[in-house]
Design a protein around this ligand. Sequence first.
Ligand SMILES: *Cc1c(COP(=O)(O)O)cnc(C)c1O
Length: 469
Amino acid sequence: MRSASEGVQPTLLGVLEVEEWRRCAHQMVDFIADYYRDIARFPVRSQVEPGYLAPLLPNEAPENPETLDDVLADVQTKILPGITHWQSPSFFAYYPSNASTAGYLGEMLSGGLSIVGFSWISSPAATELETIVLDWLGKLLRLPKQFLTCEGGTGVIQGTASEAVCVVLLAARQRSKAAQIAGVAANLRVIPTDSSTSFALSPSALRKALAEDTANGYMPFFLCGTLGTTSSAAVDPLSELGNIAQEHGMWFHVDAAYAGNACICPEFRHYLDGVEWADSYCMNPHKWLLTNFDCSTLWVKHPKSLMDALSTRPEVLRNKATDANAVVDLKDLQIPLGRRFRSLKLWFVMRLYGASGLRNYIRSHVSAAQHFESLVKTSDRFEMVAPRSFSLVCFRLKPREVDTESGNILNATLLEAINSRGECFLTHTILDGAYTLRLAVSSSRTELQHVMDAWAVINQEADRLLSTS
Ligand SMILES: *Cc1c(COP(=O)(O)O)cnc(C)c1O
């Protein structure tokens, strides 16, 4: 150990010294490539216990620079065991987070340029490319023209779908306030769904809730409909909901984080019918369109409503283009000020795979999920808990007794047994009180064989469980 006082250079890595950067970046690329090559060697769901990392690392940051080799060695031995491998082809949990060569290259370039594109002048290409690429994607989805720039709408990339909801909620609240409605408060109303409607929001339940709220002096101003719910990928009846929202003067947002991506295929586009009633529409290319996290695309018909709620014009950011209202500063369509150049990766993805490549990608997952569905349906011990929706299958072991509790314990035990093996990773939900296993076929490298392998693991663990219980 040498200390700085002995005259050692304070930095071992030149700060952006070009040839050193090139060498280290190549080393990093090799490290990541090896990781993808060897990914099947790791348990898909990390098997570490809480607090595993602190004993493996020093208590304090190093006083002197270390080498990249030292750091990468620690990544290999100490960090990777604590990673749940989202890019494993046997990752069927939650909804996935896609990665792809094209997405990665775009991400890399974005990191390389390291710009902060909050206003147009802070990097004109960042604002303009984002607008163009979101128009491209909006056209692939056949979104109503009012969402596109040609008719005054706009797309803007957010970090996540939750952030997008927050942004449009603020705009909706601002719009209600602007209409001089007293006592605006964002009270959240959760309306229960049930299996008779495949867990979609029922228009009659919505009407009833609206009538109650209005009678109680509340003024509903925001309705969120979902295309592909997080739990079971249920699709709300968007046209009916949109009609109701309009009757009540509510902002109608459509959250299609996962399933919206499928609507680039003509055979799935009908699920988006009714989006013409929406004020805003959001989906996550990072979930199912080969774009590395984070990339959540939000379209709005009236960007001005967002600006009214979110715009700031501090003196330090004043410039000619903004003052002349010649440009949109994307900071005014999001919560933070700073923003990354995320459209690059979406642009790379669309160009390097093409719309046809993206459609085939979606279709391959849906057909693998259909295959899994047929395996569940023809098995005598498993059953579907909700209809398959897109590439999500919700299923469970049939309970032997009628009471819910024992069936739930059986399935929770089965899921833990499956995931402890490390060969694949599934998660669960509760539908109408029933503990349900979810298999989402949407990881970038998942093929039919991985789904079949998962089915084998599920059956082996079911055998073991049923023979011992
Ligand atoms: C995954 C999901 C979300 C959350 O997405 P984030 O981008 O992680 O915020 C929201 N809504 C639906 C329907 C989802 O499937």
